[in-house]
Design a protein around this ligand. Structure first.
Ligand SMILES: Nc1ncnc2c1ncn2[C@@H]1O[C@H](COP(=O)(O)OP(=O)(O)OP(=O)(O)O)[C@@H](O)[C@H]1O
Length: 274
């Protein structure tokens, strides 16, 4: 079953078509990366999925339900840190959240270990925390209600490399615990390391959605019935080994990096060729 299903999502804000054709399909226990330039529409897509913005047109389902019927306890969302009391310590902030969500305070301690927060840090006031530490606390707060689906808007942006690794490993651990995770990112290497599937959004439309693989076959041409593998607005397809074999295709380019796929789809300045 798809945990999140979005088809042909459209939204105009202040006379501007911010979302023109967003499509995404996220399966249970998948880590799904939403990629795109600044202003591509990632945050607006996330806000629409959550029902924070009313869609103009399209189909959005979470756990098979319409947005209006979602059980929000099953969805954890991390945008930024504005829900914290900045004059309280990390510990007091998180304990108050346990109280609100009816969560077990012990959960805080298992998460702080995984995110390498120590006892001294726990006693620090939120206003005195580094950006990375705020991000970690924010992640824990999202997890306290024990959601099945996590939606994280650029969870590692602005973090130093070490913090990025800690948060990335934490996300992988959450997958092992059975969570489904969607996150938006500008970091292609990170996305390649962590995600099962990605989609590339550009100017409010999903250009392509594909599973992360060791390498990709880029095929040029027109293939009827294979639209789901096509990079929108191009004559290029991303195909796996099986399709290449089934269609007997011998003329293709093997691409190893997500970066190259991204540039083919959204960058526009990488030329196709063997
Ligand atoms: N309330 C609003 N009023 C006007 N324009 C808006 C509004 N919300 C979003 N937009 C515009 O919609 C476009 C998409 O914004 P969005 O924040 O979804 O992009 P994004 O892909 O998340 O970008 P970034 O990577 O920079 O966070 C942008 O051009 C933005 O200026």
């Amino acid at each position: 079953m798809n945990v999140v299903e979005v088809k042909n999502l459209q939204k105009t804000i202040n006379g501007r078509e911010v979302l023109r054709d967003i499509n995404l399909f996220v399966k249970q226990n998948e880590i799904y990366g939403l990629l795109g330039k600044n202003g591509a529409g990632k945050t607006t897509t996330i806000r629409s999925i959550l029902g924070l913005i009313k869609k103009d047109y399209g189909y959005i389902k979470i756990f098979g339900e319409e947005v209006e019927k979602i059980d929000y306890k099953r969805v954890g969302v991390m945008f930024d840190c504005e829900t914290f009391n900045i004059d309280w310590t990390i510990e007091d902030n998180l304990k108050s959240m346990c109280y609100i969500y009816g969560a077990d305070e012990q959960d805080i301690f298992s998460y702080i270990d995984l995110l390498q927060i120590n006892q001294v840090d726990l006693k620090k006031k939120f206003r005195h925390l580094s950006k990375g530490m705020k991000r970690k606390v924010s992640l824990i707060s999202v997890l306290l209600p024990n959601p099945d689906l996590l939606i994280l808007d650029e969870p590692t942006s602005g973090l130093d490399p070490e913090m990025q690794i800690v948060v990335r490993n934490f996300i992988l651990q959450l997958k092992k615990e059975g969570k489904t995770i969607i996150f938006s990112s500008h970091n292609l290497q990170e996305t390649q390391k962590v995600c099962d599937k990605v989609s590339i959004v550009n100017e409010g439309e999903t250009l392509v959605e594909f599973p992360i693989q060791k390498n990709y076959h880029i095929v040029k041409g027109e293939f009827t019935g294979l639209d789901m593998y096509k990079i929108k607005n191009t004559d290029l397809y991303i195909m796996g080994d099986e399709l290449i074999k089934n269609f007997g295709i011998s003329d293709y380019k093997v691409v190893e990096s997500l970066e190259e796929i991204y540039m083919l789809a959204a960058g526009g300045d990488v030329v196709y060729g063997k």
